[in-house]
Each structure stands twice: as C-alpha cells, then as structure tokens.
Ligand binder design. Structure first.
Ligand SMILES: Nc1ncnc2c1ncn2[C@@H]1O[C@H](COP(=O)(O)OP(=O)(O)OP(=O)(O)O)[C@@H](O)[C@H]1O
Ligand SMILES: [Mg+2]
Length: 449
C-alpha cells in the first residue's frame, strides 16, 4: 500500500510540477512579448505613443493587464484601475491581487506583472491575470489528496479483506497439521472448490494425507497379520522340537524331527519373503523395471513350466493368446503374479476327475488382460473380495500348504501399475483376471516417488 501510494504520489507530483513549469514559461513569454511591443512603441513615439497603444490594447478583453501612471501614481490609461503601494514601490516581477468587476461585484484575482520606471517618473505596468492558474493548482492539489485518501482507503480495505481470507485458509491448513500431529490421521484440509493456488495446494495435501493414511493402515495391518498368523507356525515349530526332545527316541527319529523343523522354517521364510515383496510393492520401491513384454511368450513359458505339475493332478493346462499382445512393465513381477494364479488353479481348481485350466492374454484397447480359469469349486460370491487380502485362506483350503499371500501379491502388482484384479465365476470354476494398462507407469502406488 505504502509503495503503491508513493508511486502514485510521485507520478501525480511530477505531472503537476511539469504542468506548472510549462504554464509559468508560457506566462513569461507572453509578458515578455507584450513588453517588447510596448518598448518599441515607446522608443518610436515616446510616452504619448505608449499611452495610445496601451489604451488600444486595454480595449480588447482578455487576461492581459496594463497600466500607465504619472509620477505620482495617478492612472493615465490601462485596464487596471488602481495601483497598490507594493506595486508602486517595486521594480521588475511582482505578484499582486487586484480587483476585477464581475457579475457578483468586484472580485479579488491574482496577477503577475512587470513594473517599469520610465523617464519623468512615469510607470508602466504590464501583467497577466493568473487567477486561473491558481484555481488549477487548487484543483490539482485537492484531487491529489482526495485521490490519495480514496486509494489508501480502498487499498487498506481490500488488503485487509484479501489477507483475512487468505490467512484464514492458511490457518485452516495449520489446524489440520496440528490435528494430524496429535495422532488423528483422518484430518483433511478444507477445499472451497475455487480451484485457485491454495485450493490446489489443499487438494494435493489431502491426496498426500490419503496416501499416508493408507500406508499407515497397511503397516498396521501387516504388523497385525504377522503377530497373528506367524505366531501359529512358530509355536508349531517350537512344540515339534520340544516333543522330539522329550521322546528319547533314536538317532533316526531325531533326524526326522530336525527335517520337519527345517521344512517348517522354510515355509516361514517363504511367508516372510512373500510379505516383504508385497510390502515393497506397496511402498513403490519394487517393480520399477520397464521391459517390453510379449504376453503370449510369457504365458507360454509358464504353461510349459507348470504342465508337469498339472499332469500329476490329472489336469490339462492350455494357453490361448491373441496375436501381438504387448505391454511394458517388470517381467519378473508380472510373471510372479501369473505363477501365483496358475499355482492356485492347480492347487484348488481341480476335482477328483481332474480339470481343465486355461490361461489367456488379450488386448482390450486400453489394457492387457491376463486370465486364468479353472473348472474347480470356485469361490463363493461373498468371499471374492476377501481372498485378495493378506493371509486369507478359505476354510476348505486349510488342508493344503500355503500362507494366503499369493493373491495379495497379485493385487499388489495390479495396484502398483494402476490396474485391477477381478475374481469371476467361470461356471463352473474360477476365473481370475489380471488387467494391466499398456504402459504400466506406476499410476497407482508409487506415483508419489
Ligand atoms: N482357483 C481357485 N479355486 C478355488 N479357490 C481358490 C482359488 N484360488 C484361490 N482360492 C482361495 O483363495 C485363497 C487365497 O489364495 P492365495 O493364493 O492368496 O493363498 P494360498 O494359495 O492359500 O497360499 P499361497 O498362495 O500363499 O501359497 C485360497 O486359500 C483359496 O481358498
Ligand atoms: Mg496361492
């Protein structure tokens, strides 16, 4: 406000000063010209010639003022009626007030004149009415102060309004920060929908808070899961070792017990590794590799790899791929997700008579879809969302080895790449669909990295 005020005052002051200089110069030149003319008349024909010219000039109305007096100050001719003491006594430039008749009687007006003393005591006064200039100065001066005052008022008011709105919004952000610091992660910055800079900042802050809350919830879940689900196998391991110690058996039974212990420990290590992979995927620290993947070749490889296992269970495993299905992403991760799906189909998707497993890859335009379908019992509608969570195993699968992390990893891969996993009914059996965008660009989890 102060800066703007001084700039405006400077500008108005400069214009005022320049106008004044210009007017003063014009005035000077006019008086100069009049004087020069009268001096010529005087030189040519003495005082009588001068008085004649002055009388003539006095007849034309205007702002020029003339007076010729004798040596005692009596008016001889001119349009000034009287001569004041100051005027009489001075020589050269004088500013003075004179009376001029107007509609409302005589009025006081300001004038500037040159006073000359002529031989024989005569005085010649040549001047100009400068009342208009005084009025102009007064108008500019009052415009200056009124304008400045108005500007100050509007500026201060506007500034107060703007800063009050702005500061209130910043205060809201601070308040949210404090709520979160106090441990309530659900606090969010208010968004007023105006789309301005602060609004965009708030939206981004909220997105960041959502993400942090999600990560914190994930962490919480993982630690809960670990506490609950890993305690059981660890206890089992411990009890087996203890039982073997108490049995007083021979070397072979000890050996057997040790082997079972190692097996159990291996299972635990596998579970830990799976948990770690999922955690890394969710934190966005894994899966950054960007290979060009030929979906057909990929599923062909896995079908060949799993064929013997499927055959052992009397199941057929076939691949069906549309031509030229390509995507970009981490080959190993996507491969791991596919392997988990095929592994499940072989584990749970068969019946006593065997079964049929079909693995496909297709392009929907926006996404590449991998599917693994079997002809087994499938998953009831109510459990379809649940099975994607960590450590979830359905009741009927408990007898088979596994830790319930396979589908969680598939879901984590989909999330990482901004894709999705669908659990569908194959009528009969289960159809798992992993849908990934063509360019797996870390849309999902790791966008913030
Ligand atoms: N093809 C399928 N048919 C029927 N049920 C299935 C199928 N695939 C998965 N399920 C059910 O979903 C559960 C979760 O599968 P998930 O792959 O996450 O764990 P898991 O196979 O039990 O263990 P892991 O894969 O960690 O060895 C399984 O325990 C099973 O109950
Ligand atoms: Mg599995």
């Amino acid at each position: 406000m102060a800066l703007f005020g001084s700039a405006a005052a400077g500008a108005i002051g400069y214009i005022y000063w320049q106008t004044n200089v210009l007017l003063a110069r014009q005035l000077e030149q006019t008086i100069e010209a009049e004087t020069r003319g009268l001096a010529e008349q005087y030189r040519a024909g003495g005082i009588s010639n001068l008085t004649k010219t002055v009388s003539n000039r006095s007849l034309t109305p205007g702002n020029s003022l003339y007076l010729v007096t004798d040596n005692e100050g009596r008016r001889i001719t001119g349009n000034l009626t009287s001569v004041s003491k100051i005027l009489w006594n001075s020589v050269g430039r004088v500013e003075f007030v004179y009376k001029r008749p107007s509609q409302n009687g005589p009025e006081d007006r300001l004038a500037l004149a040159s006073v000359f003393r002529l031989p024989g005591g005569f005085r010649l006064i040549v001047g100009r009415d400068i009342e208009d200039r005084r009025v102009f100065q007064r108008v500019v001066r009052s415009a200056f102060f009124i304008g400045l005052g108005f500007m100050a008022l509007v500026g201060l008011g506007g500034g107060w309004l703007v800063s009050r709105g702005l500061l209130a919004r910043i205060d809201a952000v601070t308040a949210t920060g404090r709520t979160i610091m106090e441990g309530d992660l659900t606090g969010r910055v208010p968004v007023n929908g105006s789309g301005d800079e602060l609004d965009r900042l708030s939206i981004n802050l909220n997105a960041m808070l959502d993400r942090i809350e999600q990560l914190m919830a994930g962490m919480q879940e993982v630690s809960d899961n670990i506490a609950h689900d890993l305690k059981t196998p660890l206890n089992r391991l411990r009890n087996r070792a203890e039982a073997a110690l108490h049995e007083h058996g021979d070397a072979k039974s000890y050996r057997d017990a040790l082997e079972r212990t190692i097996e159990e420990a291996d299972g635990l290590i596998k579970t830990f590794n799976a948990l770690l992979s999922i955690a890394r995927l969710e934190a966005g620290t894994a899966g950054k590799a960007k290979n060009e993947i030929d979906a057909g070749a990929l599923i062909q490889d896995f079908v060949e790899l799993y064929e013997p296992t499927a055959e052992d269970k009397n199941m057929s495993l076939t691949a069906k791929v549309a031509d030229d299905v390509h995507l970009k992403g981490d080959r190993q991760l996507i491969g791991q997700a596919l392997a988990n799906l095929i592994d499940n189909a072989i584990k749970y998707g068969g019946s006593k008579k065997g079964g049929k497993i079909e693995v496909t890859a297709g392009d929907t335009g926006q996404t590449v879809e991998f599917s693994v379908s079997d002809t087994g019992p499938g998953i009831p509608e109510k459990d379809r969302e649940r099975v994607l969570k960590r450590f979830v195993r359905l009741e009927e699968s408990r007898s088979r080895p596994g830790s319930g992390l396979g589908l969680s990893l598939v879901a984590a891969v989909a999330r990482l790449y901004g894709g999705s996993v669908r659990v569908e009914d194959n009528k009969p059996g289960l159809r798992m669909v992993l849908s990934l965008p063509h360019k797996t660009n870390h849309n999902g989890v790791s966008r913030t990295q």
